[in-house]
Design a protein around this ligand. Sequence first.
Ligand code: ADP
Ligand code: MG
Length: 356
Amino acid sequence: MPRSFLELFGVTPQAVAQAPGRVNLLGEHTDYNDGFVLPCAIPQTTRVEIAVSPDRLDHFVAEDLGQRVDCEPAGAVPPGFAAYLHGCLRLLRDGGAGIPPVLMKVDSQVPMGSGLSSSAALEVAVLRALRELFRLELDDVRVAQLAQKAEIEYAGVNCGIMDQMASSLADEHHMLFLDTRTLERRLLPLPQGAELLVLDSGVPRRLEESGYNERRRQCEEAARLLGVPALRDVQDPAQLAALPEELERRARHVVTENLRVLEAAQGVDARRFGELMNFSHRSLRDDFEVSIPPLNLLVQLLQGEQEVFGARLTGAGFGGACVALVREGRGAELGELVLARYREKGQLGTLLVPRR
Ligand code: ADP
Ligand code: MG
């Protein structure tokens, strides 16, 4: 049975805040190449309740994990989920925000580790709760930047800025077009007559970390050989011909993916947007090689449906989720239909968006 803040801590919360998870529609593996991304918030959110602590310690409870952590505000970084909370607090305290020890309770509908960025939702919700309770002057971009810094420096995850910007700035009906180099951004409506469908492949993202690090290195190497600061600075895929074959394919994914995001951000209809998603999947599968057979199967089943405009793997790959753009009002039914066929092939997928 979930317990209330009062039951856990003996006092009522002084502030409450929420932040959503996100799904990336286009622009995969572009953020660490200074490129462009196009994520959207999802309906699932993370909620943080907060009050001032009665003693010298921070006390954190994660209801979904059934964990409680009590820690010194200036002490060692706690393990697990508490590192994210401690990191956010620590950055603000080090910046002179004068925040006393706190009580925080977290609960969430964002699935952990499915590629919907439960970590960014957690960080942004924590920072929003702190902003509210202590009346901090932080705009939404600053919140995203602090959230990213907390994840890198305290949770030890070398992430880009996309997830935190999406959680802090996007909503369910608007995609965030973001230039990850300049942080220039625009909120754009989803294509008319369309909605999102997100399915979890049921395959954990096993090789994700090593695969991700290797791709990052290859992109840096390609940029170095081409004499540009980042692959974002290459506009024409023909310029890549001088690279060794494998690096050329890796770089071609990034360069063409940036072009796809830029085209989508100009405001294309659902049909063209879907086509761009299909091209993105092909590029991730063949050039960047971060897909796996179950993801290809799920994407193929989605793409075979008449009311699906387009589909691709979303997130870093090697497992995780797929995203599709589908006819408005048809997401839930199409999702169940495709999942039934996916299960016939011996796989175990689940519907993530729309929410049941
Ligand atoms: P994701 O793709 O979901 O962001 P990550 O591995 O980046 O996956 O982040 C998941 C981690 O974030 C969890 O292991 C946990 O430490 C923390 N986290 C996310 N959501 C919660 C939550 N509701 N309660 C506690 N910790 C959470
Ligand atoms: Mg994450």
